[in-house]
Design a protein around this ligand. Structure first.
Ligand SMILES: O=C(O)C(=O)C[C@H](O)[C@H](O)COP(=O)(O)O
Length: 215
């Protein structure tokens, strides 16, 4: 898959909804009802972070949920990329970007949303052909004001910022022309998952899905 094809695909995924839930799943039995709850609330694109032992099995279970588009987050090595693809992930997300991760995703045909946090990192990915990038960690690295400034000299790169974003501040990002969507874990709080409060998670998803965006 070429970088242009990768970016076209990640742009399509980012346009599905204003928010991509970032999920940390500890209990495999939560995977399916969680995906169903989020899709029912209008958030089809789901990022399962590879931060827990059950993450790959969770991706397998969630990939069967109708309407869901399940990706793998926290890709740190080429082995992560191959395991994510084998588990049925349809896209990948990385907190940063290395040549090895990028090459592995291109080889596997796994559309990658590569992470960047500085102008030079953004430019390096742009040179490589990646026009859709994750901005991480968004709030800590400068927030919406930073991305607005980056948009002046580098308007051709569009972002999915993640890290520290909430329902309250998401609109600051979504109002920018260079933002396709935001990522965040707030739509799937640990306590609600532990309590099996899937209806509550659908309500959070609905609020997030209703956020207006300009790009
Ligand atoms: O592990 C990854 O690859 C990630 O994608 C990092 C996440 O995007 C952020 O950790 C989400 O941040 P919060 O919404 O503040 O919880």
């Amino acid at each position: 898959m070429t970088p242009a094809q990768q970016s076209a695909k990640t742009a399509e995924i980012c346009r599905l909804a204003p928010v991509v839930p970032v999920l940390v799943i500890d209990d495999l039995s939560h995977a399916k009802p969680l995906a169903q709850a989020l899709v029912a609330g209008g958030l089809p694109a789901l990022e399962v972070t590879l931060r827990t032992p059950v993450a790959l099995d969770a991706i397998r279970a969630m990939a069967e949920v109708p309407g869901g588009v399940v990706g793998a987050g926290t890709l740190l090595t080429p082995a992560d990329v191959r395991a994510a693809k084998a588990a049925g992930a349809t896209f990948g997300v990385s907190p940063g970007a290395t040549e090895r991760i990028i090459a592995a995703c291109e080889e596997e045909g796994l559309p990658l949303l590569p992470g960047a946090a500085t102008a030079s990192e953004i430019m390096a990915l742009l040179e490589r052909g990646y026009t859709v990038q994750k901005f991480f960690p968004a709030e800590q690295a400068g927030g919406a004001a930073y991305l607005k400034s980056i948009g002046s000299p580098i308007p051709q790169v569009r972002f999915c910022p993640t890290g520290g974003i909430s329902l309250k501040i998401a609109p600051d990002y979504l109002a920018l022309k260079n933002i396709l969507c935001v990522g965040g874990s707030w739509v799937a709080p640990k306590e609600r998952m532990a309590a099996g409060d899937w209806a509550g998670i659908t309500t959070l998803a609905r609020e997030a899905a209703a956020l207006p965006r300009s790009a």
